[in-house]
Design a protein around this ligand. Structure first.
Ligand SMILES: Cc1ncc(C[n+]2csc(CCOP(=O)(O)OP(=O)(O)O)c2C)c(N)n1
Ligand SMILES: [Mg+2]
Length: 413
């Protein structure tokens, strides 16, 4: 381990497993029956057990039990399964498009599909979403058209942000899905600001935001928690601990092995939840929404999961972790788990699953064909370069006008 063998007299954490090592994760001691439902007006201290433990609903056999079981109608479970499968198939196709030069860059949500989908389904449509690039699935829940998402990823004429953002850095105004920011972490304090505005205006709106384990080492995370606690902002603050930043293990982002309990000293009730358990995620988020809506303030949630794929299309995880590590993750795969649950209650079959996969694959392919009618990456047409200067200022300041004129001259040459 680098921390033990280095000449530097500092402890430099290393990842538990590196390429060539055998991955090993300790078995989870947590069971769905462990934790009681928390009182809606509980204090931060009263949530300690929930921050140290793990809220689960689906047990090792994928049967639902325990006090946190949200008792969702089967139709909602099927809808959740469909959205998760849609996202996985969409991601796989888009990744292939990137590898064949049809997209410049891509990021998958592989292994984390439950997070944004279950959590957004637990909210109301007027609630604000401040996501990272790892929560595009929320848009499916809010009804975004896949053609529009692909046009954005290509950056063609129909891209709703006109090429100003990297692929997968979506923005979807109609669904209150705020633009993903490339500098990681900024959304966390912005979300608290919007939540405070909703409270100030006495609107029935809650804000949810997510940050990665890596980005939670930044100041933005701490400012957000402090402001949210002081002003009792109606906000749900999620840290998605998927074990990795890019090549940096989560033990580089916190001196603790637990991210949830960091909310307690700020005075925020904090819960750790199994991020691959659709039902547990739904339940914890619905509880946090009720708290926020009743004026009881923020909730801090660690979503415990594993980034099963590469960080992005520019990353090769086999350089820094065992290739098959995701297969050893004790939380399994979120799609398989909800699927097994539905099969166990007699509401789903392997055949239904295959049929749905085929339908979704056709949907994705048809959407891609439709999207390239508005321009492909190689040939365009692309948004006008004027878009760099438009729609930010009502009247652009003189120095931007000068640059704009310069660009126009350069374009004419
Ligand atoms: C402020 C800032 N620093 C560094 C980067 C480069 N970068 C992009 S994503 C990333 C890792 C983030 O990891 P994490 O927060 O755990 O999110 P995950 O990708 O695991 O979802 C880094 C270092 C960036 N985009 N912005
Ligand atoms: Mg991470």
């Amino acid at each position: 381990m680098a921390g033990d063998s280095s000449d530097i007299p500092l402890h430099i954490p290393d990842a538990p497993h590196r390429p060539g090592d055998e991955s090993e994760f300790a078995d989870w001691p947590w069971k769905p029956e462990d934790l009681e439902m928390l009182e809606i007006d509980c204090s931060a201290e009263e949530s300690s057990e929930h921050a140290i433990g793990l809220v689960r609903v689906l047990g090792d056999d994928n049967k639902a039990s325990g006090k946190w079981n949200p008792e969702l109608p089967t139709e909602d479970l099927k809808k959740g399964l469909e959205h998760m499968l849609r996202l996985r198939i969409f991601d796989d196709r888009m990744m292939k498009m990137q590898r064949t030069g049809k997209l410049s860059f891509y990021m998958r949500s592989f292994g984390e599909e439950a997070v944004a989908i279950a959590q957004t389904m637990a909210l109301e449509t007027q609630d604000w979403l401040f996501p990272t690039y790892r929560q595009p699935g929320a848009q499916f829940v809010r009804g975004r058209d896949m053609v529009s998402m692909i046009c954005h990823c290509i950056g063609n004429e129909e891209d709703n942000v006109k090429g100003r953002q990297m692929p997968v850095h979506y923005t979807y105004k109609e669904g209150r899905f705020i633009s993903v920011s490339s500098p990681v972490g900024t959304q966390f304090s912005q979300a608290v600001g919007v939540a405070l505005a909703s409270r100030y205006k006495e609107l029935d709106e809650v804000t949810i935001t997510w940050i990665g384990d890596g980005a939670s080492a930044e100041g933005d995370y701490h400012y957000a928690l402090n402001f949210a606690a002081i002003f009792k902002a109606p906000v749900i603050l999620n840290i998605v601990n998927n074990q990795w930043a890019i090549s940096t293990h989560s033990n580089f982002a916190s001196g603790l092995q637990n991210f949830a309990i960091r909310g307690i000293p700020y005075g925020i009730p904090s819960i750790r939840v199994d991020g691959n358990d659709f039902l547990a995620l739904f339940s914890v988020t619905r509880w946090a929404r009720q708290r926020a809506a009743r004026g009881l303030g923020p909730t801090h949630i660690e979503v415990l999961t594993y980034r099963a794929g590469a960080h992005s299309s520019s990353d090769d995880p086999s350089r820094y972790r065992p290739r098959d590590e995701n297969e050893y993750w004790p939380g399994g795969d979120p799609i398989d788990r909800l699927k097994d649950h539905l099969i166990s209650i007699g509401e789903w079959t392997e055949k239904d699953h295959d049929k749905l996969s085929e339908k979704l694959d056709n949907e994705v392919m048809a959407a891609y064909k439709e999207a390239v009618k508005f321009g492909d990456l190689a040939n365009g047409p692309y948004p006008s370069s004027d878009a760099i200067f438009t729609e930010v200022y009502e009247t652009p300041p003189w120095h931007l006008m000068e640059q704009w004129d310069e660009m126009k001259k350069w374009r004419e040459d």
